[in-house]
Design a protein around this ligand. Structure first.
Ligand code: HSE
Length: 309
């Protein structure tokens, strides 16, 4: 076998986007994971962490492992795979940290083996990493991290996804307060059944979100970014969440919600200046609570995972 190495990147992402629990997500610009990956003769997987961020030492607990194994199984070959994690979004951030690693790993494996699989199949491999972490194979972070843009998952069996157009003036402000919310815990608090009238509101909003992106209608997008199913059960994980939402709304946010399973929070606006103002509101909110935080102002990143070298 010819040895080969690649350096790959996959971006952070905002899952759920308000109403679309497990079925919608978007890629963020400017933050993500970088992996250096190589293949050579042999059989095995070695993962080294040079990112400066704490990751599990046991590779069975690293989300990259099931991605690599499922790829190799489908490929039907054996190889020695070495992966260095060079840059890592903080785990438990709510901006798709595990998804960025899983997606970069799926992308990198495909590059190492001369691209035997299409993007949709790579999403399937990357979902194995999400399953390890949260117990569920969901693609609302890995699909945008791999494909870029805003992605809607119509169904999972079989995987049926569509990339949606994004209005040019769609801006996203994100705050990552440095508190940890484990996805598995944030899923455990959710109800297993919801009343029909709640479901009606939610699927109206999901339809509105999809239509809003398809029509590039910022008004429809922002009216539809409302979550009556998940947000009420998760907001307790984020200190003074209701007050933050009120401040964002007063400062001109078109919508705001929890990013993925939290604790990150995102807000939408239709120009960069407003997005910068909202990021300041977010920062001040968590600074006042004595919680360290990072803020990002981002367009939707149109291209997801990519090869750097
Ligand atoms: N849709 C997922 C959730 C995203 O909200 O639990 C987090 O990985």
């Amino acid at each position: 076998m010819k040895s080969k190495s690649v350096k790959v990147f996959a971006p952070a992402s905002v899952a759920n986007m308000g109403a679309g629990f497990d079925v919608m997500g978007m890629a963020l610009d400017g933050v993500g994971d970088i992996l250096e990956m190589s293949k050579e003769d042999g059989d095995g997987l070695v993962i080294e962490n040079e990112s400066g961020v704490d990751l599990p030492e046991d590779i069975e607990k690293n989300v990259i492992t099931p991605v690599v194994r499922s790829f190799m199984k489908e490929l039907g070959q054996k190889a020695m795979i070495r992966i260095k994690v060079l840059k890592k979004i903080l785990p438990g951030s709510g901006i798709g940290s595990s998804a960025a690693s899983s997606s970069a790993a799926a992308w990198g494996m495909n590059e190492l083996f001369e691209r035997p699989f299409e993007g949709e199949k790579l999403v399937e491999f990357a979902m194995e990493g999400e399953a390890l972490l949260s117990g569920t194979r969901h693609a609302d972070n890995v699909a945008p991290a791999l494909l870029g843009g805003v992605v809607f998952m119509r169904g999972y069996e079989p995987l049926d996804m569509v990339r949606l157009p994004v209005p040019d003036n769609f801006w996203c402000s994100v705050v990552h307060p440095h508190i940890t919310v484990k996805t598995a815990e944030a899923r455990a608090v959710l109800p297993t059944e919801i009343p029909l009238r709640t479901a009606v509101k939610q699927w109206g909003n999901v339809g509105g979100l999809v239509a809003g992106f398809a029509l590039k209608d910022m008004g429809l997008i922002s009216r539809s970014m409302v979550d009556v199913v998940v947000e009420p059960h998760r907001k307790c994980f984020i200190p003074s969440y209701d007050s933050l939402k009120e401040k964002l709304s007063a400062a001109g946010a078109l919508a705001s919600n929890i990013s993925g399973s939290g604790p990150s929070v995102f807000a939408v606006s239709d120009n960069r200046e407003r997005a910068e103002i909202l990021s300041k509101v977010m920062k001040e909110h968590f600074d006042a609570l004595g919680i360290e935080n990072d803020v990002y102002v981002s367009h939707v990143l149109p291209i997801g995972a990519r090869t750097l070298e």
